[in-house]
Design a protein around this ligand. Structure first.
Ligand SMILES: C[S@@+](CC[C@H](N)C(=O)[O-])C[C@H]1O[C@@H](n2cnc3c(N)ncnc32)[C@H](O)[C@@H]1O
Length: 333
């Protein structure tokens, strides 16, 4: 199936550095790997913008909605076309589940309900958005594919793809959203990204360019954004075991980050949050269960990393906690 995608990519004007290939990644699913050394500043993959799915596509570019909804309309229209879609081969290459919030249903909401409360709140708020967005879009775009959907599964799938596999770029001075077949195989790293996406206005091509030397056999990694685990879990369907941007929420709008562990305001509060979580073994079991949905795995992995962060805070509360007030910037409001 990926052989098909590779052929499709080349037939549609794509260029790929020699030896670049898709293989199973230790991070999750598949990833893009370099067979041999690639120096910094190399273009490893590029595709004409018109061959990518983008909010600048002629069929959606003038719709009176933002770039994300333009791309959603395009994704929905192409999903509905099935094998007749120009991108059918790419759709077939996608995982059965993306794990991002549009796919969260009863099973995931029940799991999220077990805490921390912020996760459940987030999950409920997001779950409400799907029917709301469908209604709003149908009113703004009564002639659109989305408005005509009786069964909302294509809309759900389009949004799940959008949240987990799109990039944002500047094109003709405007921000547009794009899905780049094959480029979407690149996994995320928050600090060790070795690739970035660029758009060249003159050639109208999207390129992935190495930021550092890439060793033979290494995986190409891109930063999806400066996202903490809650954001990664809901929007992208995974969490990082050690996310430097990870945080816990102590109260409404008060986030405690790793940096702020030097001056914890209330250790007891952290202990209470920890006590309220379900047993760690349950999350480990969900994470290891091959039958768990990708979203359930993401929630379990989010909670495992969250517990680790709480434990670190409890084990190593403060070097100079005594009379110090939390420093500005240590607690984000
Ligand atoms: C843009 S796709 C990357 C390709 C994907 N691995 C695949 O097999 O199709 C994003 C998805 O890859 C996975 N992913 C990306 N980076 C990850 C990471 N650092 N750790 C775990 N999973 C990751 C998540 O499932 C995410 O929703």
């Amino acid at each position: 199936m990926l052989g098909d995608l590779h052929d499709w990519f080349l037939e549609n004007g794509g260029q790929l550095a020699p030896g670049l290939h898709v293989a199973d990644s230790d991070l999750g699913g598949r990833g893009l790997f370099a067979e041999s050394f690639i120096p910094a500043g190399s273009q490893v993959l590029s595709l004409p913008l018109e061959a990518a799915l983008s909010s600048a596509d002629d069929t959606v570019a003038d719709l009176p909605v933002n770039s994300l909804f333009r791309l959603t309309e395009l994704l929905c229209a192409e999903i509905q076309k099935g094998d007749a879609s120009r991108w059918a081969c790419w759709f077939r290459s996608l995982p059965r589940q993306c794990g991002s919030w549009p796919e969260w249903r009863e099973q995931e909401l029940r799991l999220a309900q077990r805490g921390p409360p912020k996760l459940f709140q987030e999950a409920v708020d997001l779950a409400r958005k799907l029917p709301q967005w469908h209604k709003q879009l149908s009113q703004i775009l009564p002639g659109s594919v989305i408005a005509g959907l009786d069964d909302k599964s294509s809309f759900r799938r389009a949004l799940a793809i959008l949240f987990s596999r799109r990039f944002g770029i500047l094109c003709d001075g405007c921000k547009i959203a794009v899905c780049v077949p094959l480029g979407d195989m690149i996994n995320h790293a928050s600090t060790e990204a070795n690739v970035e996406v660029q758009y060249d206005q003159a050639s109208r091509r999207l390129s992935f360019v190495t930021l550092d030397d890439v060793a033979a056999g290494a995986e190409l990694l891109i930063c999806y954004g400066q996202l903490d685990n809650l954001e990664l879990c809901t929007s992208h369907g995974f969490a990082l075991p050690e996310n430097p941007l990870d945080s816990i929420v102590l109260a409404d709008d008060v986030k405690l980050t790793r940096a702020s562990q030097l001056a914890l305001p209330a250790l007891a509060e952290v202990q209470c949050i920890m006590d309220a979580l379900p047993p760690e073994d349950e999350d480990k079991a969900t994470w290891l269960d091959a039958n768990s949905s990708q979203a359930c795995c993401a929630i379990a992995s989010f909670r495992l990393s969250y517990r680790r962060l709480l434990r670190q805070l409890l084990d190593n509360p403060s070097q100079e906690q005594s009379e110090q007030e939390p420093g500005i910037g240590e607690i984000q409001k």
